[in-house]
Design a protein around this ligand. Structure first.
Ligand SMILES: [Zn+2]
Length: 478
């Protein structure tokens, strides 16, 4: 993989574009084939089901999945007798509460115990998750599991009128532009997927006008990306008093929680209210914003609970995966916080419980020596299994401290691996100090921030408001 990447980075730009399109063509064939089309049709068929019908559907899936776990997954084969639970007694989400909540740490201790003896015989593909805490998890999934996740995401985009052939300005953490490249174009095109993939790793005050120029030239009707990345573009537009010369029809965000400040900045810069969904590679929960701006739990995809809710209704999002028969997770703690779970119905007509807010995966930016802001760094440590937890702290421009809680011995080799992983993102000019500690500091709500910035420019903070502000929570209640 890294050799392919090295070859790619030496190609002339037109060939890099061709390579991106080739990869896109491969993805379309592999991920969006017949299986996907059947899954999407089935998901859309459930668009207008009643609440009771979709809950019945989910419970039937849950029942089968629990049986599958108890029969074929070593961890659950041991757990059910140990807790004296009859798997047949689990018929709905309430019944799941007999089982302990599963932490990522528990999976890491014995990942093989979560693999089913009977994964359905399909080829397993590796899935990686960065996670809020930067301690990655790698696991397997059959292709049908991955395409089902895309089906639930596409159902949501299609609720809003976005189609597979809608051109998209894509602002996610894809590493498609070599880091050493200092001049535009800071984007590559994936023709089969209709994506203009903008680099999230080259954005600074000098380069952002080039991004704007390209948006103005190509006018993609749909912008999608990490909110932290879209907010950087929006921030720049507001700071220089510019616009992209057209109003996109849709802006959608994913992978990170859309913070109210980011929503505000994006709305003001593009004139469009972003839509969001919540999902994670583990597939234990999915939440989609509907046409009426409400957040629907996708009941037919996973069995979602809120655990340990406080008096304000904030609780841990805990979910059971119903779509991956190979790597099986029941009551998995996503470490994300949601609030306001309710069974009231929504005027859009789609079924599913509603939540009022998702409050997870917050991250500040790291500021590079040349002023570039980098967000979404949690993925840099994927594959470094000796890390229990990691956190990046920046108090001085051009220098970061990496706080490490190691799993075992942590010597020079491990230090060098951490530095090398970071260098690929932050470049050669950044000063990196690695320090080992016993525990990382957590916020009052128990969340760990992966990047903590002591620099004003690195903090996630609102731009001073202009004009009238409407409280979104209040607006959504109307
Ligand atoms: Zn709705």
């Amino acid at each position: 993989m890294s050799r392919l990447r090295a070859i790619y980075s030496r190609l002339p730009i037109p060939l890099q574009n061709a390579a991106c399109s080739l990869a896109g063509w491969h993805t379309v064939r592999q991920r969006f084939g017949e299986t996907f089309r059947g899954q999407l049709a089935a998901y859309e068929e459930r668009n207008r089901w009643s609440h009771n019908r979709i809950v019945g559907f989910r419970n039937a899936r849950l029942k089968d999945f629990v049986r599958h776990c108890a029969d074929t997954v070593p961890y659950y084969r041991a757990l059910f007798p140990e807790y004296g639970i009859d798997p047949g007694s689990i018929r709905e989400i309430e019944d799941l509460k007999q089982l302990p909540v599963l932490t990522k740490e528990e999976i890491r201790r014995q990942p093989h115990a979560f693999y089913s003896d009977d994964p359905g015989g399909e080829l397993l593909m590796n899935r990686d998750t960065g996670g809020t805490t930067g301690n990655p998890l790698r696991f397997g999934a059959p292709p049908g599991t991955i395409s089902e996740q895309w089906a639930v995401w596409w159902r949501y985009w299609r609720w809003h009128g976005i189609q597979a052939d809608t051109w998209c300005g894509y602002f996610v953490g894809l590493d498609v532009v070599p880091r050493r490249q200092k001049r535009a174009p800071f984007w590559r095109t994936n023709l089969p997927r209709r994506q203009i993939m903008f680099s999230a790793y080259h954005m600074n005050d000098r380069s952002l006008p080039e991004y704007i120029k390209e948006l103005r030239r190509r006018r993609p009707p749909w912008l999608h990306g990490y909110p932290s990345v879209l907010a950087l573009v929006a921030n720049h537009l507001l700071a220089v008093g510019d616009d992209i010369g057209y109003m996109p029809r849709w802006i959608s965000t994913g992978a990170e929680n859309l913070l109210p400040t980011q929503r505000d900045i994006i709305e003001r810069a593009f004139g469009v209210t972003p839509i969001q969904h919540y999902g994670l590679a583990e597939g234990v929960a999915n939440i989609s914003q509907c046409e009426h701006s409400r957040l629907h739990v996708d009941e037919d995809f996973a069995a979602v609970e809120i655990a340990d809710a406080d008096d304000d209704g904030h609780g841990h999002l805990v979910g059971s995966n119903l779509s991956n028969p190979a790597f099986c997770l029941l009551r998995y703690d996503t470490q994300d916080i949601v609030s306001g779970l309710t069974e009231e119905s929504c005027p859009c007509g789609h079924p599913g419980r509603l939540v009022s807010a998702i409050d997870g995966r917050r991250e500040d930016y790291v500021i590079l020596p040349d002023g570039t802001k980098l967000g979404r760094l949690a993925h840099v440590f994927v594959g470094l299994d000796f890390l229990r937890e990691a956190q990046i702290v920046q108090n001085k421009p051009g220098r970061i401290i990496v706080r490490i809680v190691p799993r075992g011995a942590f010597g020079r080799r491990e230090t060098e691996s951490v530095e090398a992983a970071l260098r690929r993102r932050v470049g050669e000019e950044m000063g990196i100090d690695v320090t080992v500690c016993d525990a990382l500091e957590r916020s009052s709500s128990g969340k760990l921030r992966f990047v903590v910035s002591g620099l004003r420019s690195g903090e996630l903070q609102p731009i001073p408001r202009q004009g009238i502000h409407i409280d979104l929570d209040q607006k959504e209640q109307k």
